[in-house]
Design a protein around this ligand. Sequence first.
Ligand SMILES: Nc1ncnc2c1ncn2[C@@H]1O[C@H](COP(=O)(O)OP(=O)(O)OP(=O)(O)O)[C@@H](O)[C@H]1O
Length: 532
Amino acid sequence: MLPEELQSIALAVAQVRAVDEVLDAVVRGLAAQPEWALARLWLARPGDLCASCPMRAECPNTSRCLHLVASAGTPRQARKQWTRLDGRFRRFPLGVRKVGRIATTGQGVLLQRLDGDSGWIVDKAWAEREGIRAFAGQPLVFRGEVLGVLAVFSRRELSAREFSWLRTFADHAAVAITNARAFEELARLRERLEQERDYLREEVRDALSFGDIVGRSAPLQRVFQQLEPVAATNASVLILGESGVGKELVARALHERGPRRGRPLIRVNCASIPRELFESEFFGHVKGAFTGALKDRAGRFQLADGGTLFLDEVGEIPLELQGKLLRVLQEGTFERVGEDVTRRVDVRVIAATNRDLPSEVQEGRFRRDLYYRLSVFPIEVPPLRERKEDLPLLAAHFVRQACARLGRPTLTMGAEQLENLQRYDWPGNVRELENVIERAVILSNGAERLRLDLALPETARRSRATPPRPTTPPAPTFVTDAELRRREKENLQAALDAARGRIYGPEGAAARLGLKPTTLASRMKALGIPKP
Ligand SMILES: Nc1ncnc2c1ncn2[C@@H]1O[C@H](COP(=O)(O)OP(=O)(O)OP(=O)(O)O)[C@@H](O)[C@H]1O
């Protein structure tokens, strides 16, 4: 065989990406050479057929052996097929006989003048029938590891040069097999990720579809009426309302009912981003752009490309970044921190705030042009106290949810308990109701009815009693900013202590405070409270 021929087989093999095809191409290429009767390839894999293996008695270690994975040749009897992989030599124990030894020593074997008397040939009758004169086997080595063995049975003597070419060819084949394995692994991982992504998208869609905004009150109906037509467009929407009224649910409903529903909805809680990291969080950065930028990172705008970006608590965006935000909203362009390349994105922005943005604009804390840009369609979500008709439906919904989550039979709620709920003002809105109900469900373990009274927070119980009417209006009192921070810190610390350091979960500090865990975490950070 000429080296060029080996080269051209090696080249063809290198271009194949599926492992089975590589193996097949290797043995077919070799078996196509004149007088090379049979080419075979074994790869080291975990032992599998030990119970029926004819070489079991010789096998030193059943955990791994050589598996015949490709075979090709030209038998003298036309009815025979040498492509089959289920014959007698489909497995070789490592270190046993010539093929097994090539794998353990990493050394090739060349045997000439084989005849019926040779101790090397196991099936002597076969060798005689087929006129086999020589055998050459080489290990398939990649980065010092023997992957398997490549062997050729020839009807003529093999030269030392041919033997060494076969060695070079085996090295090429080992690289091609490793590459093809890597490609297959990548394709497999990619497919798995895609399946997971599709599954999660479905989950999110099911969990957060429009139907999950519970309530039928007139104020909520007005929100739905505003939501319907604007969802179908790409216009920016500004969702206004107190904390916990359900602004995020409205944002998700807008996305899910709009043209971008198959694309991602990326949420950014602007209140939880440290000031100095805003730009990188929004636009990304390149490696080394600042201390701690250890590798390139895409920003939220890029992640949301083709989809929607939900800027929660948009009033928290620092003034110095607002100009850059306006630019990406108007022109769809931005640059990563530390890079000159201008990138383009197509993102729909939905923003939400519980701040009074017009007065922020008045006081120079929020850019007027950005405010106008964001508030093309403002949607106001009313506080719970203005739509108490929704309480029974919401309460029942949260009871069902909490019972299902905690694996308990669904509890019922009496008329008196509902009245109690109606009497309270719900400053923390729907989120507070959700937390109160969850606590009540936990405390009602074993009962048929919800023990709501026990679960209502101190403030709720107080609000039921009519406060004594003061004779003179109390003088307005206030505390300094430092004092306010001190008190807030104490309050958070007390909740953390009560929750034995846990932030998350129904009994965690965030639930006790009526805050989202992420909000609590960012406040703890801002106030210098170490993570428990
Ligand atoms: N109408 C509703 N139906 C069902 N669940 C609701 C409804 N409104 C709010 N919720 C639930 O109440 C919790 C708070 O809602 P959400 O996070 O949307 O409020 P938000 O206004 O965005 O609050 P914040 O301003 O603090 O971010 C969530 O768990 C949400 O699922």
